[in-house]
Write a protein that binds this ligand. Structure first.
Ligand code: PHE
Ligand code: NA
Length: 442
């Protein structure tokens, strides 16, 4: 059990806030035309993300097991088949794919933290960030090393089951990251380009909206809230009764969204001020732009070090929650010990991650659907498997779970909100997800 409401919020926020907010959200906004993407994304958070977040917390708290078995036992109790546990397996599979590339990017943040630390001790500053970033991608050895280090940090925590200590650190390091983002927004304002950045992020150009833009926004909404993957169900299983699920859900979703928007407002003024095209920044966006600002800011090296250390930390608390559901499931099935399960899964993810690594160098010519391998794996997992998993969760809570269970778990929610939430689960979410998936696949 989490000791308190705050403990759950910290753990769930630790899972939610990560590379999705600070690395992925800004570059997706950049690649998908800015404002229109951001508004579709915000709508997806409100209409799909938050309601499904509540569903996952309630399934976890009712089932009190790993995601697969919480789903299966809740189904059984509601008179349905345990086959619903399969929705949890889809999540575990998506988690394996996500962790494979998440760890590669986590490795990038570790390497940048290292570069700034070295700089503090006299190493040369990153004078040409784009060249430096591309140089890193070209070196399979460098990427593999940092990917390995990040995966070891992740599996170490999961194998030992020492998550408790992490929650305590989340309490201090997350607010620190938040403050640092505010500092960067402040720096952005001094460049005089904050207004332009805000216009890029929030002024919609609807002509830029296509099926694939909507699919990316929806996929990102699931990804950023750690949905459809089992992470939130897992954490919900430790939530004491009597704590309001809607209240904690809203808090987590609001914190996550705030961090993403702040990241956007921190990065785009710098991008514009240094003459980079805000459109089409790609996965290198923050690595190509932020070092330019750190080179100019007073105490920039210290800020650079702090930024990448805190980002690596945020990525770490997320990757732990990616590895945990699969591990918990293997242990619960009696297949393996915790240590063996976590190391096997992490090893699998690490090897899969090598595909993403080589996609930037040895396999740069392999471009499935015109994308590099990492982007392609991200599309399959984030834009297809997560929405599909979300669809299953919505149908499950909307049509399968006994009403008495829903009422008990969502006690305190005003009747009209309960009804609204239920119809979102029954009709709105399934239809929206299906429409977007079908269009995107077409
Ligand atoms: N939500 C995390 C992020 O935004 C990523 C994540 C996805 C973590 C799914 C756990 C499960 O970085
Ligand atoms: Na997130």
């Amino acid at each position: 059990m989490w000791s308190s409401r705050l403990a759950f919020i910290l753990a769930a926020t630790g899972s939610a806030v990560g590379l999705g907010n600070i690395w992925r959200f800004p570059y997706l906004a950049s690649d998908n035309g800015g404002g229109a993407f951001v508004l579709v994304y915000l709508a997806c958070i409100a209409v799909l993300g938050l309601p499904i977040l509540l569903s996952e917390i309630l399934i976890g708290r009712h089932g009190r097991q790993s995601p697969v078995n919480s789903l299966a036992s809740t189904a059984e109790e509601s008179g349905a088949s345990r086959v619903w546990g399969g929705a949890g397996l889809n999540g575990i599979l998506a988690g394996v794919l996500i962790l494979s590339f998440y760890s590669v990017v986590g490795g990038w943040t570790l390497r940048y933290a290292w570069l700034y630390l070295a700089q503090l001790f006299g190493a040369d500053p990153i004078s040409d960030p784009a060249a430096s970033f591309n140089g890193m991608l070209a070196s399979a050895g460098t990427l593999t090393f940092w990917h390995l280090l990040f995966m070891l940090l992740t599996v170490g925590v999961v194998a030992l089951g020492v998550e408790k200590g992490l929650e305590r650190s989340v309490k201090f390091l997350m607010p620190a990251l938040f403050v640092l983002l505010l500092v960067l927004v402040g720096y952005g304002a001094t460049t005089g380009h904050l207004g332009e950045a805000a216009a890029f992020l929030f002024k919609p150009d609807w002509s830029k909206v296509s099926a694939s833009v909507v699919a990316s926004a929806m996929g990102q909404a699931f990804f950023t809230l750690s949905l459809a993957m089992g992470s939130i169900i897992t954490y919900g299983a430790y939530l004491p009764n009597g704590i309001s699920i809607p209240r904690v859900g809203v808090t987590v979703a609001a914190a996550d969204t705030t961090v993403a928007l702040l990241a956007g407002l921190a990065i785009f003024p710098i991008v514009i001020a240094f003459g980079i095209d805000p459109a089409g920044g790609g996965p290198g966006l923050i690595f190509n732009s932020l070092p330019l600002a750190f080179n100019e800011m007073p105490f920039g090296t210290v800020y650079g070090l702090l930024f990448f250390v805190l980002l690596a930390f945020a990525a770490w608390t997320s990757s732990i929650s990616l590895l945990e559901p699969g591990t918990a499931w293997l242990v619960e099935q009696g297949i393996m010990s915790r240590r063996a399960a976590s190391f096997s899964l992490a090893g699998l993810c690490w090897m899969l991650g090598l595909l993403s690594v080589f996609g930037f160098n040895h396999l740069a010519d392999v471009r499935p659907f015109g994308q590099d391998i990492m982007t392609f794996i991200g599309l399959i997992s984030n834009d297809l498997m997560l929405p599909f998993g979300g669809l299953l969760i919505a149908l499950f809570t909307g049509w399968v779970v006994k009403e008495s269970i829903l009422r008990e778990q969502l006690a305190g929610l005003p009747q009209w909100l309960f009804t609204l939430w239920r119809w979102i689960m029954r009709i709105v979410a399934p239809l929206l997800v299906l429409m977007v998936l079908v269009n995107a696949l077409a």
